[in-house]
Ligand binder design. Structure first.
Ligand SMILES: [Cu+2]
Length: 119
């Protein structure tokens, strides 16, 4: 009886691990440019990416490159660009709304002062 249970548990684990790898295969990794200045910008745009379908979002302050791992079945790349633009940051695809942009802290105004924090 015990051996049947072990075989059964083994089978469950096998099915489960297959499912996990199937989910992993569904994600896509992209990199694109997002304009911003500082760690505050980084946290703002990464928080904006805290959405369904986005597994990971990381922005590099120096290169201005955003790396996103997402599930295309749940969210489109265009929607991701829109989320970031909605937080006040221009991407190479979507421009942030001027009103939202103007509400950013002074040091984050990357359009007029792209070199804040680098002086
Ligand atoms: Cu900033």
């Amino acid at each position: 009886m015990k051996s049947i249970q072990i075989v059964f548990i083994g089978l469950l684990l096998f099915l489960f691990s297959n499912q996990v790898s199937a989910q992993k295969a569904k994600t896509e990794k992209v990199t694109f440019k997002v304009y911003g200045n500082c760690p505050m910008c980084k946290s703002r745009m990464e928080t904006a990416c805290d959405a369904k379908g986005i597994k990971m979002a990381e922005w590099d302050v120096d290169t201005k490159i955003m790396t996103v791992v997402f599930n295309p079945a749940k969210i489109t790349l265009e929607q991701i660009h829109q989320l970031i633009a909605d937080s006040g940051h221009d991407t190479d695809l979507k421009k942030a709304n001027d009103a939202v942009y103007k509400n950013l802290p002074d040091c984050c105004l990357y359009r007029e002062k792209p070199n804040t924090h680098h002086d």
